[in-house]
Design a protein. Structure first.
Length: 122
């Protein structure tokens, strides 16, 4: 497991904390809109201080849910891009694409002739 970088190295140093403290006051007054969805951040609602992708500038206060959802989407897209790159490189070496994982078995809402079931028929 690789060691996580320090808070400062990841862009969350004293300047970030100070800006977040200032925004916390404005969020508690109910005057700050989320930089992601545009809706007001309700006082007492968890929020994050958002930043651009390369962490060189802040985008403003964001609902914690909006910020984490966006991070999850970007993380998933990066993972898919890496998998596709691996598949392409494996296909170039031996002429075959890398083996694709088997689809999960279980209830899918549709039943084919060889599909397993997780429960009995009632």
């Amino acid at each position: 497991m690789r060691k996580q970088k320090s808070r400062e190295a990841r862009g969350y140093g004293s300047r970030h904390r100070r800006m977040r403290e200032i925004l916390a006051i404005e969020v508690e007054l109910g005057i700050v809109a989320c930089a992601k969805c545009g809706e007001l951040i309700e006082p007492g609602t968890p929020f994050h201080l958002g930043h651009n992708d390369d962490r060189t500038a802040w985008t403003g206060a964001e609902h914690a849910a909006c910020n984490l959802r966006d991070a999850g989407k970007k993380g998933y897209a990066a993972m898919r891009a890496n998998l596709e790159a691996e598949n392409r490189s494996a296909g170039g070496k031996n002429g075959n694409r890398a083996a694709q994982p088997e689809p999960a078995k279980g209830w899918t809402g549709l039943r084919g002739p060889n599909e397993e079931r997780w429960s009995r028929e009632w």
